[in-house]
Design a protein around this ligand. Sequence first.
Ligand code: HAM
Length: 457
Amino acid sequence: MTTAAFQAPKGTRDFYPPEMAVRRHIEDAWRRISIRHGFLEVDGPTFESLDLYKVKSGDEIVSQLFSFTDRGERDLALRPEFTPTLARMIAQRAAGLPRPVKWFSIPRCYRAEQPQKGRLREFIQWNVDVVGEAGPRADGEVLNLCADALFELGLTTTDFRIGWNHRELITQALLATFVSAGRLPDAFYILDRLQKLDDRGRRELYAARNCAPTEMTHYEMIHSAIAEGGRPDDSPSLQRLMAAWPQEVTAAITAFQSRLDSMGLAELCRFDISIVRGLAYYTGFVFEAADARGDNRALAGGGRYDRLIETFGGPALPAVGFGMGDVVLEILLRDHGRLKDNLLPRADIFVISTLDTPDKADRLISDLRRSQWNQDHTLIVHPGYHVQTSYRATKNIGKLLQEAAASGAAAAIILAPDEMSRGNVKVKNLFDRTETEVSITDVRQTVRSIIQMSARA
Ligand code: HAM
């Protein structure tokens, strides 16, 4: 059999060390930011019973399931998303969980999509959810956290945009103006596609959905409102639309936008009527983040799903959250020059020995890698370091120093017969190339200050 017979399956990725380093860079930022915002990490099974997804995720996701039957004739599916698992987990323990529940998770998810730019069959999706809090404060909190993770990864307000909408409010606005109750599903279908089509595409869409002239005029006004930036103060089309909406709808929309503005998100966030979200469980506030240049698929998406936990047999608990995939995020970071070329871990120290046997070097390496604690093991006195060495049986210090430089180490420790006979080693600062001879008992202290200085540089 040739190696070609063993290609990774379509839409999956192998993570060699450079790719794995990028993935860790992203996941570490997600984890750091979630914890900073007070969320606790959870996880669940990679597969669930098929029914869990059939109940409420919506047709699109169900059509993309990787499903199978186990030996006990149970119908199962690989998780396409985490929200149903989270709802099931909350429903199971609702009584015992301190509220609000603030959880995050970083699961691998599986969708049998046609692989394309930004969409794979296996991807990693950061999920953040607040359960047990109904108000717009929690909506704002999760949206703010979504933005914060992108800032943490080096993106700026010019790199990405967040559009938000409210399914219930917009339904009220549509019903009060130009959509009849029976036409609501068509209206949502059209809204979802509005910004993705050019003039001709939109005309074809209106025709295919049998839109009356007044409907077309309204959709075109909505299209312009979004194109004008989605802020009532700057968008004449949005002002005209909102003038006909019920007062409580416009008041709620204005209040939420000023909440976002007061969190410092004014530049990033805009009200976008076309964001309706495909998943069937959303009940109110919804949002999506995307590349500011508009040329990539959604980077993150979420919203409020106040009835899902009840659907899975739990109490009626309001919930809001979002998911962000690693695939689009990595493309965005690269496109905007926010990923370093090399994210592989760098050594702190490189140990070189020209002694006849490796024992002393190996002992020192082992000591340096191990953290040293105080007597009652409550404080680290000396942290363990990332230490590398060479397996090459050479005494050519020049060559070994080249290896040291390639490891990215801040300091090299050189064990040579002369210095060792005095109980000393040489320490070379690999940034400013200075060299000192120090007692082997003081070497930790010396390298520590070099490492600290290099971290500041
Ligand atoms: P979603 O919009 O289906 O929402 O997915 C969220 C994000 O996951 C997308 O914006 C995208 O970055 C990523 N994603 C989705 N499918 C793929 C794919 N095939 N390949 C690569 N990335 C993908 C949900 O899944 C909701 N459960 C999110 C949520 C959490 N809502 C409330 N809490």
